[in-house]
Design a protein around this ligand. Structure first.
Ligand code: ADP
Ligand code: MG
Length: 233
C-alpha cells in the first residue's frame, strides 16, 4: 500500500487507556484512509470507541499500537513541537459543549486560536474571522456576546473558530448533541459543506443515523473495532 500524501491513513491503530484498575482496550486494529476534502460520519453505541478514534485522529493523543500518517507524515516520528504545530495549523476541533467564552463577542471567540500563533497580523486574523463567520451564516452576529446567543448560533461560532486558519482536517465529536433536531440538521449541513467550501476533510461523530447518512461516508465502530464502512449511494 502506498501512502497517498493527501490522505490521512490509520494502520493497525489500537488504543489502551491505563487506569488504576488496569488497562482498558478502547480501540483495536483499525485500518482507515481519509482522502482530502471528503466527509465521514462515525457511528456506534455509547462506549464503542468513537471519541477515542476521533481524539487519535485529531492528534490529541498517539496510538498505543499501530500508526497514523498525516498527509504522508507518520505521527510517531514527530517531535512534540511538530505535533503541536500539526494540531494548531492543520486540525480544527468542534465538540458537543461549545467551549466558548460567554463574555466574548463572536469575533473575539473565533480569534482565540490566533493568540497561539504569531504568523498573522491582527488585521489579517480579523478578516479571516469575519470570513469564517460568513461561511457559517452569522456575519451579522460578529459583535454579539456568545452568552446572548442560542445553542445553534454558539455552535456556528465554534465551527468558525475551528476553521479560522483553514485546517486540512476538521474533527467534530457529537457537535449536535446539545441542539434540537432542526438546528442539528443546519449545523450538520455547514460541517458537511466544508469539503466543498474549503477543501477540508471532515470527520463527525453522531448518534443520529439521519444526520450520519448526510455524510459521503459512514463508518461504524463496535467494541473498539471498525465494523462498517459505507460510501453513500
Ligand atoms: P464513545 O465515544 O463511543 O462513547 P469512548 O471512546 O469514549 O466511546 O470510550 C471507549 C472505551 O474506552 C469505553 O469502554 C470507555 O469506558 C473507555 N474510556 C474512555 N475514556 C477513558 C479514559 N479516560 N480512561 C479509561 N477508559 C476510558
Ligand atoms: Mg464519545
Amino acid at each position: 500500500m502506498t501512502l497517498g500524501s493527501t490522505d490521512i491513513v490509520f494502520k493497525n491503530v489500537g488504543y489502551e487507556y491505563s487506569t488504576a484498575a488496569g488497562r482498558v482496550k478502547a480501540l483495536e486494529d483499525v485500518n482507515l484512509r481519509f482522502p482530502q476534502a471528503t466527509s465521514t460520519a462515525v457511528i456506534g453505541r455509547s462506549g464503542s470507541g468513537k471519541s477515542t478514534l476521533v481524539t487519535l485522529l485529531a492528534a490529541m493523543r498517539k496510538p498505543t499500537s499501530g500508526t497514523i500518517h498525516y498527509w504522508g507524515q507518520a505521527i510517531d516520528l514527530l517531535s512534540d513541537n511538530e505535533l503541536s504545530a500539526l494540531r494548531s495549523k492543520s486540525i480544527g476541533l468542534v465538540f458537543q459543549s461549545f467551549n466558548l467564552e460567554l463574555n466574548f463577542t463572536a469575533v473575539d471567540n473565533v480569534l482565540v486560536p490566533w493568540y497561539f500563533r504569531s504568523d498573522f497580523r491582527r488585521k489579517e486574523a480579523i478578516a479571516k474571522a469575519e470570513y469564517a463567520l460568513e461561511l457559517v451564516g452569522i456575519p451579522e452576529l460578529r459583535n454579539r456576546k456568545v452568552g446572548q446567543m442560542s445553542g445553534g448560533q454558539r455552535q456556528r461560532v465554534a465551527i468558525a473558530r475551528a476553521i479560522l486558519f483553514n485546517p486540512r482536517l476538521l474533527v467534530a465529536d457529537e457537535p449536535t448533541g446539545n441542539l434540537d433536531e432542526e438546528t442539528g440538521f443546519e449545523v450538520t449541513q455547514i460541517l458537511l459543506g466544508l469539503p466543498r467550501d474549503l477543501g477540508t476533510t471532515v470527520v463527525m461523530v453522531t448518534h443520529d443515523p439521519q444526520l450520519a447518512s448526510l455524510a459521503e461516508r459512514k463508518i461504524q465502530i463496535s467494541q473498539g473495532r471498525l465494523v462498517g464502512d459505507d460510501i453513500s449511494p
